[in-house]
Design a protein around this ligand. Structure first.
Ligand SMILES: [Zn+2]
Length: 235
């Protein structure tokens, strides 16, 4: 938990809570407020335009795989640019994808530890230049902490999703075993039954499609189907 740079501001536990507070305020004053995440781990509201959230689901497949294949030094470059809100949007989303998020989180932790090490080493420097440097370093560290908190949230959500999927799969295996089948066989059976129901419900359409395909391939329609079609159309 970090010290809050704006301890007098109202604080909200989540973006959603901050957004609903902003909507209430918008009814009373003109200036629109928008939520931003603070290094203190809470959300506050600002009149400025804070950055828009990045949805990992928008990451292009190419960027996800490309980032996963990068050596640390190049990956870190993307991590560093993202902290200041720069970089390719696809790559920024790919950092947050479940395939890369753990590496992103680890590198953020390392970058934070580096800065804190430097701050410690230069603690004795009371010069004006030293003070300026420390102020910038703290600002950069705080920006990294905001990203780290985001990475932790995404990791937790990925973990929860994986757990749910594993539980569902375990239940499916049990259900199939009770029927003396595998999950794959049970799924195939469901698909087969659905096809039979679809044909039964749309018999006429099915015969028409079949007739079209026979014609397209240049072969004669079986007598039985030809008779059904005649009976239905009354021809
Ligand atoms: Zn704060």
């Amino acid at each position: 938990m970090r010290l809050c740079p704006n301890p007098t501001k109202s604080r909200y536990a989540t973006r959603e809570a901050a957004e609903s507070a902003a909507r209430r305020v918008a009814l009373r004053i003109e200036a629109p407020l928008a939520p931003y995440e603070c290094p203190c781990s809470w959300w506050h509201l600002t009149k400025g335009t804070p950055e828009q959230p990045i949805d990992p689901a928008t990451a292009p497949r190419y960027d996800i795989e490309h980032l996963a294949s990068l050596p640390d030094i190049d990956f870190r470059e993307i991590v560093a640019r993202d902290v200041t809100g720069e970089g390719d949007p696809g790559q920024r989303a790919a950092l947050r994808h479940s395939r890369n998020v753990l590496r992103w989180k680890r590198q953020l932790g390392q970058l934070i530890a580096d800065i804190e090490g430097q701050l410690k080493d230069r603690r004795g420097d009371k010069s004006l230049a030293g003070h300026d440097w420390a102020k910038r370093a703290v600002g950069r560290r705080d920006a990294l902490v905001v990203r780290l908190n985001e990475a932790k949230r995404l990791r937790a959500a990925d973990h929860a999703r994986i757990t749910v999927n594993q539980e569902r799969h375990r239940q499916d295996v049990e259900t199939a075993a009770a029927a003396g089948m595998t999950v794959k066989e049970l799924r195939a059976a469901a698909g087969e039954i659905a096809i039979q129901r679809l044909i039964a419900a749309h018999n006429g359409e099915f015969d028409e499609y079949l007739a079209e395909e026979y014609a397209a391939l240049g072969i004669t329609l079986p007598e039985r189907i030809e008779r059904y079609r005649r009976e239905r159309t009354g021809a």
